[in-house]
Design a protein around this ligand. Structure first.
Ligand code: ADP
Length: 403
């Protein structure tokens, strides 16, 4: 059977999934895996749709020193032991810059253009692109598709896309891009089946994971995001602060003598729930902790989501529905209930039992604003885009997530 490999490469791990292309262009997940501990304690792990362990093996640090080597290790295993040779590879690429409002098939020229956006996402873009470059060199005949976290938001109006700074900076790419676009696009595609009454309407989608943002979606299109130029803005996250007066950054530089590199590390790794609580960046641990600072961090997260929901509702002059997704949104009834409490003025009335049971529709029947929980699936979205660019035509895919 034809297969598509989906790759999500970060600085210390490469996650991958394999989708089978069944008759009629139906996509079915066959496995998910990752190589982590790159350069230190590399380890390849993979599981099948029934969670059966397909691989769990360690490598010498020198054998997997970098991200391309990690993808090569996974690729060799797939090819040599499972005899899986993908017909195409779809990659998650965080930044498509100002010009990409859709996925793109990668050529040497496209890759060169995407490399220009490294300065816009220095912690992600180089790791996303490195395996693309190495596959292009080693297997030039395998089609590769880059799918961007920014693309879904590129239709924003100039009012939503700009900062109040001189035009020259906008022209060179300093814009309010927004991220988590593949997740929002998946939700937009799922709404007609799961919540048909909301499909053409004004919906706030809250992607609440280690990274967190919210999207104002009108008729299935993004019109506003809590994130901006980088994935630092908006909601507080596991280790990132969310919205921050730029004066704080000036203070860190001038009064604390921090270098740009120090500030970057601080903002990406030491703030957010971790910085606030001093306990953990992990929502489960914070909820289980008896430490008052942990509870404060949870309350802060909920408060900021409420504030930002108000902003997004204003962007659409109202809201017709609310959707929770990603690790926290999908799995924490307690957080959902606390957030829903902040949204009562927007017409949200939660059904406590439905929420506790983890149903899809968790608002009361009479709730003016229905609330749904929809598990996201960014990898399936990438596989769909990859297949669509290979073979234009209708693509079906299984909505249930084979975990
Ligand atoms: P990412 O993909 O951005 O790394 P996820 O979407 O996997 O993140 O979300 C991770 C977050 O979800 C963590 O903060 C984790 O604690 C939280 N999470 C997962 N399950 C639960 C749960 N049952 N209750 C509360 N938080 C949860």
């Amino acid at each position: 059977m034809d297969t598509i490999l989906v790759v999500n490469a970060g600085s210390s791990s490469v996650k991958f999934q394999v989708f089978g292309v069944e008759s009629g262009n139906t996509l079915k997940r066959q496995m998910r895996g990752q190589v982590d501990g790159i350069g230190t304690h590399p380890r390849l792990r993979a599981t099948g749709p029934d969670r059966a362990v397909l691989a769990d093996r360690a490598f010498a640090a020198a054998a997997v020193p970098d991200v391309p080597a990690a993808l090569a290790a996974a690729g060799n295993w797939l090819r040599e032991e499972l005899h899986i040779g993908p017909i195409a590879i779809g990659h998650r690429v965080v930044h498509g810059g100002p010009d990409h409002d859709a996925p793109v098939r990668v050529s040497a020229e496209v890759l060169q253009r995407l490399e220009r956006y490294i300065s816009l996402a220095p912690l992600h873009q180089p790791y996303n692109l490195a395996p693309i470059r190495s596959v292009l060199a080693r297997f030039p005949d395998i089609p590769q598709v880059a799918c961007f976290d920014t693309a879904f938001h590129r239709g924003h109006s100039p009012l939503a896309d700009r900062y109040a700074i001189p035009e020259k900076l906008y022209a060179e790419g300093v814009r309010r891009y927004g991220f988590h676009g593949l997740s929002y696009e998946y939700i937009a595609a799922a709404l007609p089946q799961i919540a048909p009454e909301l499909a053409g309407k004004r919906v706030i989608v809250a992607h609440l994971g280690s990274g967190a943002s919210m999207c104002a979606m009108d008729g299935g299109r993004s019109v506003e995001s809590t994130m901006g130029f980088t994935a630092l803005d908006g909601l507080p996250m596991g280790t990132r602060p969310g919205q921050l007066d730029p004066g704080v950054v000036l203070y860190l530089a001038t009064e604390k003598g921090m270098s740009p590199a120090d500030i970057q590390t601080f903002l990406y790794k030491d703030c957010g729930l971790k910085g606030l609580s001093g306990v953990s960046n992990d929502m489960r641990e914070l909820q289980d902790s008896g430490d008052a600072r942990a509870q404060f961090a949870v309350d802060y997260f909920v408060y900021r989501i409420g504030l930002n929901a108000g902003m997004l509702a204003a962007a659409m002059s109202g809201v017709d529905g609310f959707v929770f997704t990603a690790g926290i949104g999908e799995n924490s009834p307690k957080l959902r209930a606390a957030i829903a409490g902040k949204l009562a003025w927007l017409g949200v009335s939660l059904d406590a039992a439905a929420n506790a049971e983890g149903r899809s529709l968790i608002s009361r029947p009479g709730s003016p604003t229905p609330v749904y929980v929809i598990p996201t699936d960014e990898e399936l979205m990438i596989a769909r885009h990859t297949l669509a660019l290979l073979a234009p035509g209708p693509i079906r895919s299984q909505y249930e997530r084979a975990s």
